[in-house]
Design a protein around this ligand. Structure first.
Ligand code: S3P
Length: 446
């Protein structure tokens, strides 16, 4: 059953909160713990549906995975190359990261895995994954266009490859590197623009040899050496900067707000939104900078600010790829135009986010221009009208973005189904309402 929600204008948002753990780091912690020899413990794991699907998949592939009574997660790994054939279909739900990284892992195991997911994941392109993994020896049988459901037959004789990414994608990079773990020799991925490097950082931390070579012009070659002995570790998961983006932007937009967000990951390859907001005039302070589990983190203090439109360069897209929906909301309140370019990848996320934002903002009375790979939002410096109901299309970030818009718009904004929020940010409405937001179930009959 659909779970509609409506967001009413908030007074001031105040107080402190810690958003749930980083989704990218959480998936990787479970996967690497399942490959390591001995026990791993994950502290602060995101218990959202996407990550729980990965936990179930790692169990199906033979690892021991359990939630401890104190909320930490314990894994007992199988060793590199030690995964076993799953007895049933791996249903990855809404999660592109879970599905694609796992395809990399099973490529170098001589058994068959069958992957599926929800309607959103089943519509997303997988050729970008099956192409390089095919070169390493996997066979992939998907639906038309290489979509899920699909069977992947792993190879007993994997070949190392050097693969230049045709799209800036940390998922594709990670899938190839993970396949490289159980492959003789060196497997190399070349990226033209740097994408999030959680795989590289965490693999090193578990004991793998990962080499990064700067090739000039922003290009980098990342290589893993096959058959490392990964050993069990404790992983501390930072609060997710992509989730923190929602309360942070809400605090910027609702007059009189001041919000503190604890322990947020500020890995530079994830921090493009914060850089852009600062350029727009946002009052965001990064306090208590420190390192947790090999990742830089800080407490963010965000105060309501008057924002000005900016041009967001295409080169910044990889470091804020998941944040364009909420940036577009911030831009709707700014004075002047915000031009976002290099956005073609937004069309193949959990939904076509470029179209969803353009449509939803227009319905809320915001002037927007959409091209195949850009979005321009014309802010007037005043709150937009709001007053619309947005079709979420199984996309958590579309749902949260428009609920934030409703907190500061002239009229409430509703979403038709907020269920998808649980994939990445369980407890979103409770956390936001704790800061002073007015998210509620719509009155019956409305
Ligand atoms: C992710 C990579 C990005 C991002 C996704 C998480 C990851 O996807 O959008 O939410 O954890 O590697 P792409 O690799 O498709 O850019």
């Amino acid at each position: 059953m659909a779970k509609p929600l409506v967001s009413h204008a908030a007074r001031a948002l105040t107080g402190s909160a810690r958003v749930p753990g980083d989704k990218s780091v959480s998936h990787r912690a479970l996967m690497f713990g399942a490959l390591a020899v001995g026990e791993s413990v994950v502290d602060g794991l995101l218990e959202g549906d996407d990550v729980l699907r990965t936990a179930a998949a790692m169990r199906a592939l033979g690892a021991e995975v359990e939630r401890l009574p104190d909320g930490r997660w314990r894994l007992w790994g199988r060793g590199v190359g030690g995964l076993q054939e799953p007895a049933d279909v791996l249903d990855m739900g809404n999660s592109g990261t879970g599905a694609r990284l796992l395809m990399g892992l099973v490529t170098t195991h001589p058994f068959t895995s069958i992957f599926t997911g929800d309607a959103s994941l089943r519509s997303r392109p997988m050729k970008r994954i099956s192409e390089p993994l095919g070169r390493m020896g996997a066979q992939f049988f998907g639906r038309d266009g290489g979509r899920l459901p699909a069977a992947l037959v792993g190879t007993p004789r994997p070949l190392p490859i050097t693969y230049e990414l045709p799209v800036a994608s940390a998922q594709v990079k990670s899938a190839v590197l993970l396949a490289g773990l159980n492959t003789p020799g060196e497997t190399t991925v070349i990226e033209r623009e740097a994408t999030r490097d959680h795989t590289e950082l965490m693999l090193r931390n578990f004991g793998a040899s990962v080499r990064v070579e700067d090739l000039g012009d922003g290009r980098r070659a990342i290589s893993v050496t096959g058959f490392p002995e990964l050993t069990g570790r404790t992983v501390t998961v930072p609060a997710d900067p992509s989730s923190a983006a929602f309360p942070a932007v809400a605090a910027l937009l609702v007059p009189g707000s001041e919000v503190r967000l604890a322990g947020v990951g500020i890995n530079p390859l994830r921090a493009g939104l914060y850089q852009t907001l600062l350029e727009m005039g946002a009052d965001i302070r990064f306090e208590n900078r420190r390192e947790e589990g090999g990742e830089p983190v800080a407490d963010l203090v965000v105060r309501a600010s008057e924002l000005t439109g900016v041009d967001v360069p295409a080169e910044r897209a990889p470091s804020m790829i998941d944040e364009y929906p909420i940036l577009a909301v911030a831009a709707a309140f700014a004075r002047g135009a915000t031009r976002m370019t290099g956005l073609a990848e937004l069309r193949v996320k959990e939904s076509d986010r470029l179209a969803a934002m353009a449509r939803g903002l227009a319905a809320c009375g915001v002037r927007v221009e959409e091209t195949p790979d850009s979005l321009t939002v014309h802010g007037t410096g005043r709150p937009p009208q709001g007053g619309a109901t947005i079709a979420v299309e199984l996309d958590h970030r579309i749902a949260m973005s428009f609920l934030v818009l409703g907190m500061a718009a002239a009229e409430p904004v509703a979403v038709d189904d907020a269920e998808a929020i649980d994939t990445s940010f369980p407890g979103f409405a409770v956390l936001m309402n704790g800061l002073g937001a007015g998210i509620a179930q719509p009155a019956i009959g409305k």
